[in-house]
Design a protein around this ligand. Sequence first.
Ligand SMILES: C[S@@+](CC[C@H](N)C(=O)[O-])C[C@H]1O[C@@H](n2cnc3c(N)ncnc32)[C@H](O)[C@@H]1O
Length: 342
Amino acid sequence: VTGAAAVPVVAGIPFLRRGREELAARAQERLDAGDERGALVVLLADVDDWWPFEVPDAAACGRAVDAPTLREAMHHLGYGPVGDYFAHRWSDPTFLSGLGLLEAHARGAGSVFELGCGIGHLLRECAARGMAVAGGDVVFSKLWLCRRFVCPSARLWCFDAADPIPLADGEVDVAVCHDALHYLPDAAHAVAELRRVASRAVLVGHAHNADVENLSPGSPRSAAGWAGLLPGATLYDDAQLGEALWRGESPRPRRAVELGGAAAVALALGRAAGDGPSFADPAPGAQLRPNPLLGPGGTIAWPSERYAQEYGPLSEHLCAPPDLTAAERARRRLDLDLPEAW
Ligand SMILES: C[S@@+](CC[C@H](N)C(=O)[O-])C[C@H]1O[C@@H](n2cnc3c(N)ncnc32)[C@H](O)[C@@H]1O
């Protein structure tokens, strides 16, 4: 189309973020000059509008491109506590709840799309279980970390959830939004889009409850408020979904009136095939390594006080008796399938 802004595609990620036309033009200029690394450095410096840390300069972004590990790359990008969150997400209770939701509603799916996918932890778990995975996020560097370290096979787009999801109607079996809907500018629009692109199930995990205090609440709603966005959905106490996963129990559907005290709720409309590899146990062929949070004798070294405050009280799964079987250790996330270059 004459006059249409260029959409630079860097590391296989189309940059569709609204309000960033000047940045997109600079990245496209680098691509046109045959300088893909330069285009990557330009886009890695982009942050979200509420980023509280220093914005990385071109030199720092260059060091991130050359970093041999995920944690070093996040360090150069100045992720701070967000880097702790992503580095240790594999065993945090709000991630286990996402796996619990997938366990209950997405087993056997052929394809999954995640809105607000961060650096792709859930996408990695789905891909390891044979699913075709796709995701979108508003922060380009997160998607690049996904591509480079966490889940290279994912189809990815950088776009704002206020815009349409770049997929056709019913293109994926399952559409997910986990620990993100409360941060999105228009949750009703996002849910309508998730419904449009999913043919089998729409899953919303860890949506903050406005009736309970939260460290970084975003725009929370009450349990009934979230339920109103997805009529007919099965509701859960998000924390119970995670606990059920590692304890090997079934999650308990709840009514909205029973969820007043839940810190976060989860919702599921529909179900995939119901068969296929479990999300509770390691994916077929997974190479497990000891959880880096655990020291000698099972002591836990939290990465920060804030992290310990937020997740410590909800991490009973990590306080394990010494005589567990390998399968039990894996279920409790004492041993993990970390990315090779974690
Ligand atoms: C708490 S993180 C959760 C990431 C991932 N879903 C997970 O569970 O690991 C929330 C994510 O939502 C993304 N996000 C926030 N606002 C967004 C927007 N307007 N459009 C798309 N993504 C957004 C953030 O960049 C971030 O990666």
